[in-house]
Ligand binder design. Sequence first.
Ligand code: ATR
Length: 279
Amino acid sequence: MTILSGKARLAGIIGWPVEHSRSPRLHGFWLQRHGIDGAYVPLPIRPEAFALAVRGLAASGFAGANVTAPHKLAAFEICDTVEASARRAGAVNTLVFQDSRIIGRNTDGIGFVANLRAHGVDPAAGPALVLGAGGAARAVIAALQDTGVTVTVANRTRTRADALAHDLPGLLVTDWSARSAAIGDHALLVNTTSLGMLGHPPLELDLDPAPAGLAVADIVYAPLETPLLAAARAHGLRPVEGLGMLLHQAVSGFAAWFGVTPVVDDELRRFVAGDLLAR
Ligand code: ATR
């Protein structure tokens, strides 16, 4: 255990519930690796107490915090300054307290793209097909569009996909029932739905129409290899596991709060994956 001094830098993750978050483990690993006088703690905060708690953390000398469900929209609202990444994603997952100001950014999309690159996948190689239209989808789609690539979204509830396309100009929409057939026209397929997660049904998808070399990314990381990624591997495609997105999205916040830009490597991955590796 690290012993803190009176000058220790503090950050944490705000969620409700927050007990399943892997972020304290992730940031704790980097704090220890770099011998930093600081701590990153879980902050279980009820929705009705969110604004009070954030202002309290800022007033208590915290350097900032990550924000997870169900607070990402409330976090957007409370910021004095919202960076472009958060405006495009429509949500804030990283708060930086600077002087008496609250600055919000969204690192989910950057984390997703960085994870693709770490797997040797160029996000701008060709059109992308994104399944799902929730908050995670929006961050991923915005980041992909920022690389210059054309993105198509398919969602079970079509109206949610249409609403996303309204907010993100250039986004194309296709029917959920057409998702398998649509794969053939794409270089990258991304699952942002909860399908395939432990305790959820698998994503039903026919990979036979996939072009050679299709990259298949899942943002689900429990299990580490989802049924979709296993199918991609069996088809000789390029699977990209979701845990890397979690690891890469954390880099920007850590750098802002603790003053060191950390590296994502296999030692970190194994430490954060923990119990998932045994499954
Ligand atoms: P998040 O913000 O984490 O992305 P969300 O807003 O609840 O979470 O989004 C979950 C996504 O998984 C949605 O795209 C959802 O589709 P709907 O918009 O139609 O609800 C998708 N999803 C969840 N269960 C699904 C299922 N059984 N079949 C198809 N899509 C499903």
